[in-house]
Write a protein that binds this ligand. Structure first.
Ligand SMILES: *Cc1c(COP(=O)(O)O)cnc(C)c1O
Length: 361
C-alpha cells in the first residue's frame, strides 16, 4: 500500500526522506553493529547526533549565542508545569494570555503552582482571534508572560509576538516551531513538543535565554531544573535518543530543500491555497476564525451541517486524505499542514473539497 496524505494534528506526517533514512540506518548504525537507539548516550556516535541536532536547530532558527537549546523528555505538557515550578516564585504573579485550549492548559498548571493572572481572555469571542498589543492588561513586574503562539485546536496564530518589555515572554510553539523566523529580542523562552513539526513524540525542544536560566529555581526535583539540563547539554539523564535523531534528520531535510526561506514559501503556498478555496466556496466551507490571525499550520472549517461534515471526513478518508476530523472539543474539520505536508497533499485536498461541494452543495 502507498502512503496517504495524513493531516493529523500530532503525531503528524514526517518527511518521507526522514523516515527512509532512519529505516535504512535503524538496524546497524554507521557500521557499529547495533542501532543508534540501542547504544550508550555517552558514546561518540550518539554524541555526534546530539551535537549536530542542536547545532542545526541553532542555525535554522538563528538562535543567539546567549540562548541555550535543550532537548527534554515529557513533551510540551511537562513544560506547562516546569515553567511555573522554575520561574513563578512566591509573592510573584505570572501572566497567561488565554487564546484557546493549549494556553488554558498552561494557565491551569501555572495556577496549580502559584499566582496566575489573565491579561486577556478570548473566551467571549469563542477564541476566534489573537489579541492586539493594546488589549493586553499586563501585570507590572510579572515573573513572566506566557502565550501559545499557535493554537493547534482553534486554528489561530500570533503574527506578531506581544511586546512585554523587561518581563520575560515564554511561548508554547508546539505547532508552529520552525515554520517562521523568531524575534529573539522579544522572546526569552520558546518550547515545542516534538510531534508536530519536528519528529515523533517524546520530546520538547526548549530554547531559553541565559538571563532567564539564571532565574531558574534550584530547590526543586532535578528533572524540573532547567539549569541542570543546560549545564549537562541535555544529557543530565538519558535523552530521548530516537526522537533527537529523527529531529536532526528533519532539520537536515529542511536544509536540503532550501532552508527556512523555502519552508516559509511552501507554508504560504499551502495555506493560501486552502483558505483561498474556502473563501471562494460561497460560504459552503466556513473558516470560523479572524482572517488576520488565522493559522497557516492548522486550518479549521465547518460545513453546512454536522451530517455533511461526517460524510466529508469519511469520503476523504476513502480517498487517502486522513486525519481531517476537528478536535473532539470543537468538532468540524481541521487540516494540519505542517512543514512535512507536501504541497501536493494540499492540492489533492482542495480538489477533493471542490468535488465534494459540487456533489453535495
Ligand atoms: C500538542 C500540543 C501540546 C501538547 O504536547 P505534548 O507533547 O502532547 O505534551 C501543547 N501545546 C500545543 C500548542 C500543542 O499543539
Amino acid at each position: 500500500m502507498e502512503r496517504i496524505f495524513n493531516f493529523s494534528a500530532g503525531p503528524s506526517t514526517l518527511p518521507v526522506e526522514t523516515l527512509k533514512e532512519a529505516s535504512e540506518k535503524l538496524v546497524n548504525y554507521e557500521n557499529s553493529g547495533m542501532s543508534l537507539i540501542e547504544m550508550s548516550h555517552r558514546g561518540k556516535l550518539y554524541d555526534a547526533v546530539h551535537t549536530e541536532t542542536i547545532a542545526l536547530a541553532r542555525e535554522l532558527l538563528a538562535v543567539p549565542d546567549n540562548y541555550q537549546v535543550l532537548l527534554l523528555q515529557g513533551g510540551a505538557t511537562l513544560q506547562f508545569g516546569m515553567v511555573p515550578m522554575a520561574f513563578l516564585q512566591e509573592g510573584r504573579t505570572a501572566d497567561y494570555i488565554l487564546t484557546g485550549s493549549w494556553s488554558k492548559k498552561a494557565y491551569n498548571d501555572g495556577k496549580a503552582v502559584g499566582t496566575a493572572n489573565v491579561p486577556w481572555d478570548g473566551k467571549d469571542e469563542n477564541y476566534a482571534r489573537m489579541p492586539g498589543q493594546s488589549e493586553l492588561n499586563l501585570t507590572d513586574n510579572a515573573a513572566y508572560v506566557h502565550i501559545c503562539s499557535n493554537e493547534t485546536i482553534g486554528g489561530i496564530q500570533f503574527k506578531d509576538f506581544p511586546d512585554t518589555g523587561d518581563v520575560p515572554l515564554i511561548a508554547d510553539m508546539s505547532s508552529d516551531i520552525l515554520s517562521r523566523p523568531l524575534p529573539w529580542d522579544k522572546i526569552d523562552m520558546a518550547y515545542a513538543g516534538s510531534q508536530k513539526n519536528l519528529a515523533p513524540s517524546g520530546m520538547a525542544m526548549v530554547i531559553i535565554s541565559d538571563a532567564l536560566l539564571q532565574k531558574a529555581r534550584k530547590d526543586i526535583p532535578a528533572y524540573l531544573r532547567y539549569d541542570l539540563h543546560a549545564d549537562g547539554n541535555s544529557l543530565y539523564n538519558t535523552p530521548p535518543s530516537f526522537v533527537v535523531w529523527m529531529t536532526g534528520l528533519t532539520l537536515k531535510w529542511i536544509k536540503s530543500i532550501g532552508g527556512m526561506a523555502e519552508v516559509e514559501r511552501r507554508r504560504d503556498e499551502k495555506a493560501d491555497m486552502l483558505y483561498g478555496m474556502m473563501e471562494n466556496s460561497g460560504g459552503y466551507y466556513r473558516n470560523p476564525v479572524d482572517t488576520a490571525t488565522r493559522s497557516p499550520m492548522n486550518v479549521v472549517w465547518r460545513l453546512p451541517s454536522e451530517d455533511l461534515e461526517k460524510k466529508f471526513i469519511a469520503e476523504a478518508q476513502d480517498q487517502g486524505l486522513s486525519g481531517l476530523k476537528g478536535h473532539r472539543s470543537v468538532g468540524g474539520c481541521r487540516a494540519s499542514i505542517y512543514n512535512a505536508m507536501p504541497v501536493e497533499g494540499v492540492k489533492t485536498l482542495v480538489d477533493f473539497m471542490k468535488a465534494f461541494m459540487e456533489k453535495n452543495g
